[in-house]
Design a protein around this ligand. Structure first.
Ligand code: ADP
Ligand code: ZN
Length: 737
C-alpha cells in the first residue's frame, strides 16, 4: 500500500497529546476537549475522562476545537477495552437526537448501557452449571439449578445468581463446594455459539416460499429497504422472516429481531435454536448484568450474529448489521414513554437506512403509519393470506349485551357461558379476555361515595386481591387494602366496582366449578421464568379456561384453544383519543387470532353494548383494508399522523400553577411555529394530570407533513425560561392525541 507510509497521518487516529473532542453521557450538552492519552486513541474510542472530581465514560467524537487555554486541558485517562464507535452509529445517534429533540448525552446513555464497560478485566468469580448432581435436593437448590439451566449455561456473579434464583448466597456456595455448580474466573467475554443458516429449515407453503424468497432477495441487495409483512396470526410470518435472518447470516452480516414483550422471547428463542442449531444473544431488562456486558462487547466485535431483544437492543454497537425485524410492529410498547421518548419502529427504519440494512415489519394488524407507508409505496408489501395447515380464521360474532340478562357484578353473559360449556364438554380450551389488571378498577365507599385514588397521581388505586393491596397503575405505588374509608372512616363499606382480570376469574370459577381456571396477567408472576412456565403448561393443556389481559394477545401458541370471549369489546372505544379505534381494532383481532390455531375451527365472541359501532362492525366483518381506509380518511381529514405532523409538549412541576403559566406563555409566543404554518393547541391538563406528585400540562402542535417541525419547536421552546422544578418534555408523534 503506497499510502501506508509512516509520514501519512491516519485521520482516524489521534496521537498522544493531540486534542480530541469527547462526548460524555453527562448532561452538559457540549463536546469537551481533552488530550489524547499515551499511546493515542482512535476516532470513536470509548474512553474514561476526568470531569471535575469524577471519572466519566465518553466517546472520542472528533478532533478537539482547541478554543480554550491548552494548558488547562486535561488528558484522557485511558482507552476502554471496546471496539470504537462506528461512524454510522454516530450518525444514527445524531439523527435520532435531532428527530426526538433529545440531548446527545442522553442518546449516548442509550448506546452505552453496558454495565461495567469501564471495569478493568476483573477477577470476579462467576458461576456455571456443573456436571455433578447435588447430594440432596432442596427447593432452593433446585431453583439455582433451574436458573442456570434456564439461561442456557450463562455465567452469573454470586449476587446475580442469588437474586435471580431467589436464594441466599450460602445455598450457592454449598452447591459450589460439591461442584454441582462451578465457580470460575470471569471468562474474557466468550463469543456466542455459531448459528448455522442451513441447520434445519421447514418446508414452506407456496405463499410462504414466495414471501421468503422476496425477503431473501432484499437482504442480498445489501441496501436499505423496508418490507411490511402482513398475515393473520398463525400464517407463518415468523417462519418467513427467519428465512431472511438465515440469508443475512449466510452473507456474514448481523441480524436483530425486536419483540415487544419479554414473555415472548422464551418461545422465540426455542424456535431460533431449532432453526439455526444454537441460541442467539438475548437482550432485555431481565438479562443479567454480566451477560449484558458480554453481549454489548460481542455485538461490537462481531461475536454475536443474531440478537433477540427489546427496543433498546437497537442501540447496541453492531459492526455489520444487515437485517432488523420488528415483530408485532403495531405494538404500543415499542414507544418508550420515559426518558428519551422514541418509537423503536421509526428508529429502526432510521438506523437501517444509515447502515444499509433491510427492515421487516411483521404484524397481523399493522399500525396505520406502516399501512400508509406501504400504500404510498415507501415500503414493500408482502401478505400471507392463509393460516398454516388446516387452521382457519375464527368465526367472529357479537353478543349484543342489551339482550342478555345479567345480574349486577356479573360479566359473563348467558350466551358466552353456553359457548364455554360447549368447549368444556369437548375438552377444548376457552380464553376470556379483559384488558384490565387487578380485581376491580374502582374501590368505592358505599357510605360517602369516595373513590380511593393515588396520593401522587391523578389516578384511581386498583385493588389487587392477589397481592392484597391497592396499586396505582401510573406510578406503581401500592398500599394495603384499608379497612375503613380514608375519607369518612366508615367501616366495612368499601366495595369493588367493575371487573378486572382477578374478579373475572372469581366469576368463572363460580360458573364453571369443575373447570381448571388459570389467570394470565403480567403482575401475577414473580419472574419471566414463572410466566414462561405457566404459558408452557397452558399450551400443553393444563387449563380449561384462561382468563387473561393484553398479555395473552401477543403471539403465544395455544393449540387447544378454540373459543375467545372478549368481555368488554367497547372498553377501548371510549374517550377522545384519536387512536382508540385503531388500537381496539388491532387488539380485538389479535385476541381473536388466538382461537383455532391447530386443526380446530375457532370462534371469537365479542360482548358489546354498541354492536353498531363502526369499529365493532369492521372487526366482525374482518374487512381490514376497509377499516384502514376509513381510518386513514379520518386522520387525513383531521391532519394528524400519519398525514400530518404532531408533537406533544408536556410541562410538569411540583407546583400546580407553574405549568399552566409557562404553557400559556408558550401558546402566546407562537411566532416560530406560525413561520412554518404549525398550530398550537392548549395548554390543557395532560391525559394524566398528575403523576408522582408532578402536575402536568400538555400542548399539542400540529404541522403539515413536510414542515421542519423539530427546528421550529427548538426555537419556540427556547423562548421560555424554566424554573429548577419545571420540566419540559417534547414527544414527537405522541401515542395518544
Ligand atoms: P405467525 O408468526 O404468522 O403467527 P408462525 O410463523 O408462528 O405464524 O406459525 C404458526 C405456527 O405454524 C407455528 O407453530 C409454526 O411453527 C407453524 N408453521 C408455520 N408454517 C409452517 C411450515 N411451513 N411448516 C411447518 N410448520 C409451520
Ligand atoms: Zn400513583
Amino acid at each position: 500500500n503506497p499510502f501506508h507510509g509512516a509520514d501519512v497521518p491516519d485521520p482516524q487516529f489521534f496521537d498522544h497529546g493531540d486534542l480530541v473532542g469527547v462526548l460524555t453521557a453527562q448532561p452538559l450538552d457540549r463536546i469537551l476537549d481533552y488530550k489524547a492519552p499515551e499511546g493515542g486513541c482512535h476516532l470513536g474510542a470509548f474512553v474514561e475522562v476526568p470531569l471535575g472530581p469524577r471519572k466519566v465514560l465518553g466517546v472520542v467524537w472528533g478532533a478537539g476545537k482547541g478554543d480554550y487555554d491548552r494548558a488547562k486541558i486535561r488528558s484522557v485517562i485511558r482507552v476502554l477495552d471496546a471496539a470504537p464507535m462506528r461512524d454510522e452509529m454516530k450518525q444514527f445517534l445524531t439523527r435520532a437526537a435531532e428527530y426526538t429533540l433529545t440531548p446527545m448525552s442522553a442518546m449516548l446513555r442509550l448506546a452505552t448501557r453496558a454495565p461495567g464497560l469501564g471495569d478493568p478485566p476483573s477477577m470476579k468469580k462467576v458461576f456455571r452449571l456443573g456436571q455433578v448432581a447435588p447430594d440432596r435436593m432442596t427447593p432452593a437448590r433446585a431453583r439455582v439449578i433451574e436458573t442456570l439451566n434456564d439461561y442456557g449455561g450463562l455465567a452469573f456473579t454470586l449476587k446475580e445468581l442469588a437474586e435471580t434464583a431467589d436464594v441466599s448466597t450460602s445455598v450457592i456456595k454449598g452447591l459450589a463446594a460439591q461442584r454441582a455448580v462451578l465457580e470460575e474466573d470471569r471468562p474474557r467475554d466468550l463469543p456466542f455459539p455459531h448459528l448455522d443458516p442451513d441447520h434445519s429449515g421447514k418446508t414452506l407453503t407456496g405463499d410462504q416460499q414466495a414471501g421468503a424468497e422476496a425477503l431473501r432477495a432484499g437482504v442480498r441487495t445489501g441496501q436499505y429497504g423496508t418490507t411490511l409483512l402482513r398475515g393473520v396470526t398463525g400464517s407463518g410470518k415468523t417462519e418467513v422472516y427467519l428465512e431472511a435472518v438465515a440469508e443475512c447470516l449466510s452473507q456474514g452480516r448481523q441480524a436483530l429481531v425486536l419483540l415487544p414483550e419479554i414473555a415472548l422471547t422464551a418461545e422465540f428463542l426455542t424456535r431460533v435454536e431449532a432453526r439455526f442449531g444454537a441460541r442467539p444473544a438475548e437482550w432485555h431488562s431481565g438479562v443479567t448484568m454480566t451477560e449484558r456486558r458480554r453481549i454489548w462487547k460481542m455485538v461490537g466485535q462481531g461475536g454475536a450474529q443474531l440478537v433477540v431483544g427489546a427496543r433498546s437492543a437497537l442501540f447496541l454497537p453492531f459492526q455489520n448489521l444487515g437485517l432488523i425485524v420488528v415483530d408485532e410492529e403495531h405494538d404500543t410498547s415499542y414507544k418508550q414513554e420515559d426518558g428519551v421518548l422514541y418509537n423503536a419502529r421509526d428508529m429502526t427504519v432510521l438506523r437501517a437506512s444509515i447502515c444499509g440494512a433491510r427492515v421487516v415489519l411483521a404484524s397481523a394488524t399493522p399500525s396505520l403509519e406502516s399501512w400508509a407507508n406501504a400504500e404510498a409505496g415507501k415500503y414493500d408489501k408482502l401478505t400471507l393470506t392463509d393460516r398454516f395447515g388446516v387452521a382457519v380464521m375464527p368465526v367472529m360474532k357479537c353478543i349484543d349485551m342489551r339482550n342478555e340478562s345479567l345480574p349486577s357484578d356479573r360479566w359473563i353473559s348467558p350466551s358466552l357461558q353456553r359457548a364455554v360449556t360447549a368447549r368444556l364438554e369437548k375438552g377444548e380450551q376457552s380464553l376470556l379476555f379483559i384488558n384490565r389488571r387487578g380485581y376491580a378498577p374502582i374501590t368505592l365507599c358505599r357510605a360517602c361515595g369516595h373513590q380511593i385514588g393515588c396520593d401522587h397521581c391523578d389516578a384511581r388505586m386498583v385493588e389487587h386481591r392477589f397481592l392484597k393491596r391497592l396499586v396505582c397503575h401510573q406510578c406503581g405505588e401500592s398500599k394495603p387494602m384499608p379497612e375503613k374509608c380514608p375519607s369518612c372512616e366508615a367501616e366495612g363499606r368499601l366495595a369493588p366496582v367493575g371487573p378486572g382480570v382477578e374478579r373475572l376469574t372469581e366469576e368463572a370459577v363460580a360458573l364453571f366449578p369443575d373447570a381448571r381456571v388459570v389467570t394470565l396477567s403480567s403482575d401475577m408472576y414473580g419472574s419471566a421464568r414463572a410466566l414462561k412456565a405457566e404459558i408452557e403448561a397452558i399450551a400443553a393443556g393444563a387449563a380449561d379456561i384462561i382468563i387473561g389481559t393484553q398479555l395473552v394477545a401477543k403471539g403465544h401458541n395455544f393449540p387447544q384453544l378454540t373459543l375467545v370471549g372478549v368481555i368488554d369489546a367497547d372498553l377501548g372505544l371510549q374517550g377522545s383519543d384519536l387512536r382508540a379505534a385503531e388500537r381496539t381494532f388491532q387488539l380485538m383481532r389479535q385476541v381473536a387470532g388466538r382461537a383455532g390455531r391447530a386443526e380446530r375451527q375457532g370462534e371469537a365472541l365479542l360482548q358489546s353494548y354498541q354492536p353498531e359501532h363502526p369499529v365493532i362492525r369492521a372487526i366482525l366483518a374482518g374487512d381490514e383494508d376497509g377499516f384502514w381506509r376509513a381510518e386513514a380518511g379520518e386522520r387525513r381529514h383531521a391532519g394528524v399522523p400519519p398525514y400530518g405532523r404532531m408533537a406533544g409538549i408536556i410541562l410538569s412541576s411540583t407546583d400546580p400553577q407553574e405549568p399552566f403559566d409557562v404553557g400559556t406563555e408558550l401558546a402566546r409566543r407562537d411566532g416560530p411555529l406560525r413561520q412554518i404554518g404549525a398550530k398550537v393547541f392548549g395548554p390543557a391538563p395532560a391525559p394524566i394530570a398528575r403523576i408522582r406528585g408532578r402536575h402536568r400540562v400538555r400542548l399539542l402542535v400540529t404541522a403539515d407533513k413536510g414542515a421542519p417541525l423539530q427546528a421550529a419547536l427548538s426555537r419556540w421552546v427556547a423562548q421560555v425560561r424554566l424554573s429548577p422544578q419545571m420540566r419540559l418534555a417534547v414527544d414527537i408523534d405522541p401515542q395518544s392525541f
